[in-house]
Design a protein around this ligand. Structure first.
Ligand code: PGA
Length: 260
């Protein structure tokens, strides 16, 4: 296993998905986030919120530097006739530092594949965004013993053409699809095995030193109750959080546990 670099900041990412439907809801949500952040120091971890793109600018204005922002997806082209798509340049200009790429819901409902995910990874890096690359197996793949095979394929393809110097900008989220939106999580050993595997695959093309600088986090049903098993005992560098990010109190509680 690649030796841990202890100085690396952990990262807690809230994926708000297609929620927060109005300005009023947004104000309530942001008010609650500010209240939870007030007076509490989180020094060892970075907090990132990924709202629907329409809210990015307002999130930035209200939260300032306390929270980093990210998009939930971007297109691989920067500009032009691509109805409905969001450019990585737009994300950057409207306050994002991060962008989630290849979330299982994008793979499922919008037919994203390893190749388009790779194009999006390269486009986001080119435009100064840090991609949060999601990988993970379905329930069927898990049951037929294909987990390792699936992760290997997804990682290899997502990282094709990535320059070694960019590795420290990337976050990989191991998100078993059967765990997302459920209440089941893998054992801490299984999560640790996924991390070791990801590092091993990357070691074919990248130096140990580079790999140590890249954060590998866990996503799927992370809550105050599960974070110990999912992110701490498993040695992950943070969490990607869906449902619980809609409840600022719970989200910040999880952040403080990871912060240590
Ligand atoms: P969940 O979602 O925390 O609601 O399981 C995680 C995700 O989709 O990133």
């Amino acid at each position: 296993m690649v030796k841990e670099k202890t100085s690396m900041k952990k990262i807690i990412i809230g994926n708000l998905k297609m929620n927060i439907l109005s300005q009023a809801e947004r104000e309530t949500y942001l008010g609650a986030v500010k209240k939870e952040l007030a007076g509490k120091k989180i020094n060892n971890a970075e907090i990132v919120l990924c709202p629907p793109a329409i809210h990015l600018e307002s999130f930035g204005k209200v939260l300032g530097k306390k929270v980093a922002l990210g998009g939930q997806n971007c297109f691989w082209e920067e500009k032009g006739s691509y109805t409905g798509e969001i450019s990585p340049v737009m994300l950057k200009n409207f306050g994002s530092e991060y962008v989630i790429i290849g979330h299982s819901e994008r793979r499922k409902y919008f037919f994203e594949n390893d190749q388009s995910i790779n194009q999006k990874v390269l486009a986001s890096l080119k435009n100064g965004l840090s991609p949060i690359i999601c990988v993970g197996e379905t329930k069927e793949e898990r049951q037929s013993g294909e987990t390792m095979h699936v992760i290997t394929r997804q990682i290899k393809e997502a990282f094709a053409g990535v320059a070694p110097g960019k590795l420290e900008k990337i976050v990989v989220a191991y998100e078993p699809i059967w765990s997302v939106g459920s209440d089941s999580i893998p054992t801490s050993n299984e999560i640790m095995e996924a991390k070791v595997l990801i590092q091993k695959i990357l070691s074919r093309n990248f130096s140990q030193n580079m790999i140590q600088k890249m954060r590998i986090i866990y996503g799927g049903s992370v809550s105050v109750k599960t974070v110990g098993q999912a992110c701490i005992e498993s040695g992950m560098e943070g969490a990607l959080i869906g449902r619980e990010s809609l409840a600022p109190r719970e989200f910040l509680k999880i952040a403080r546990i990871i912060n240590g």
